[in-house]
Design a protein around this ligand. Structure first.
Ligand SMILES: CC(C)(COP(=O)(O)OP(=O)(O)OC[C@H]1O[C@@H](n2cnc3c(N)ncnc32)[C@H](O)[C@@H]1OP(=O)(O)O)[C@@H](O)C(=O)NCCC(=O)NCCS
Length: 159
């Protein structure tokens, strides 16, 4: 499925990832926070990006791969789960992240009432984005990946 998602002022095309794009997505994740701070290696990112239990979409901005979102249709208590979202450093703050999350919500809305994601306690930028988009903190996993930091479980009603 290919969808042209219009966020005011930008045009982003979102499509299922090819094999090469899955490698690109792994490289983007492995060189960025939160994965650096969480100690996640490029090999582990590649393994997730190629894991068939996940659906991986790529956002193309100005015809270049610029962002990724990794989804599981029934990942949390039977509801859709956004496992990861990332935008390449040189195309951040242009609406690509919002377009990717909006795309995932539109994808699952016909079949699901709830959607979930996790965010690291130190990832204030992503927390700001999720709050803006209507996600609310509903749980906390203390010391989940790194000692002294939590993973926050966030929820949004889709309908
Ligand atoms: C979080 C992320 C996906 C957002 O993508 P994006 O394309 O930059 O975001 P958008 O342009 O759609 O939206 C911008 C919003 O993101 C939030 N934001 C995230 N990081 C930010 C930062 N470092 N500085 C300012 N705003 C940030 C703000 O809420 C901002 O809204 P505003 O412009 O109205 O203030 C991107 O910053 C990223 O890839 N970060 C690294 C990976 C990551 O943290 N992923 C989330 C894991 S849970």
């Amino acid at each position: 499925m290919a969808i042209k998602k219009k966020t005011p002022g930008i045009s982003v095309k979102i499509e299922l990832a090819t094999d090469n794009e899955r490698d690109w997505a792994a490289a983007v994740m492995a060189t960025a926070d939160p994965w650096l701070t969480l100690g996640v290696t490029e090999e582990q990112c590649r393994s997730v990006c190629h894991d068939l239990q996940y659906i991986v979409y790529i956002a193309h901005y100005c015809d270049q791969p610029s962002g990724l979102i990794i989804l599981h249709r029934h990942g949390l208590a039977g509801s859709p789960y956004i496992k990861s979202v990332a935008v390449a450093a040189n195309t951040r703050s242009r609406g690509v992240g919002k377009a990717l999350i909006g795309f995932a919500e539109d994808l699952f809305r016909p079949e699901a009432k709830h959607i979930f994601l996790c965010v690291s306690s130190f990832n204030r930028g992503a927390q700001r984005l999720y709050k803006q988009l209507g996600y609310r903190k509903v749980g906390e996993f203390e010391d989940y990946v790194v000692a002294g930091e939590s993973e926050w479980l966030m929820h949004k009603l889709l309908k």
